[in-house]
Design a protein around this ligand. Structure first.
Ligand SMILES: [Zn+2]
Length: 206
């Protein structure tokens, strides 16, 4: 369940906007490779409101993810935890608490390698996720009083409240340049990803 991020007035704590930071946005490149989009808060001069916008991973961040996965130590407690998720998903493909079947370490590694190539080839700056504009957004930095980009006074980003929801939101898919290309209901997305492992995947799995 997600945490929220709010935009508020530092003087009197008046809340101007609230965002539930669901991990429900993904890049989909080369037909089948998906990895999650990182999101931050901006003012959009075109939407004239606070919006979620893309935060493009740096090449170094992506490289760090690749290195981390490549160096996973299976004796390490974290790796054991991940391995047990993979194992559970493999044994109980319909289990709602198993991770998606194809989220094995190899799939994760391949996704981040593809992400690095994507980042090097990305042409446009980060976009507003409401209107797709990339020239109209002003990103609001965390934990700092800044002038309201579209109004008077100061604003600040805070939050961290935990929310409880009865269902997961629609999953949104974006192309390499950050434009919305597809959406799936959460259950449908899970169903598509919870296919059984093929024989060769079973052999290749860690
Ligand atoms: Zn916008």
């Amino acid at each position: 369940m997600p945490y929220n991020t709010t935009v508020y007035r530092p003087g009197n704590n008046l809340r101007l906007a609230t965002f539930w930071m669901w991990p429900n946005r993904h890049y989909r490149i080369a037909d089948s490779i998906e990895f999650s989009m990182d999101v931050e808060i901006a003012w959009c001069h075109r939407c004239e409101e606070f919006v979620e916008c893309e935060r493009l991973y740096t090449e170094q961040e992506i490289q760090d993810s690749i290195d981390k996965i490549a160096a996973w130590d299976w004796e390490d407690e974290d790796s054991h935890r991940i391995a047990s998720w993979v194992e559970r998903a493999r044994n109980y493909p319909d289990s709602s608490d198993g991770i998606p079947m194809d989220l094995t370490c190899q799939a994760l590694y391949d996704a981040w390698v593809a992400a690095l190539a994507w980042r090097k080839a990305r042409k446009t700056p980060p976009r507003c996720l409401e209107c797709g504009s990339f020239f109209a957004i002003v990103v609001i930095p965390h934990g700092k009083d800044v002038p309201h980009p579209g109004g008077d006074g100061l604003v600040r980003i805070g939050g961290g409240e935990h929310g409880s929801f009865s269902s997961w939101p629609t999953q949104l898919f974006y192309n390499a340049e950050g434009l919305l290309i597809d959406q799936l209901e959460y259950q449908e997305w899970r169903r598509l990803r919870s296919r059984p492992l093929t024989e060769s995947e079973r052999e290749a799995a860690p």
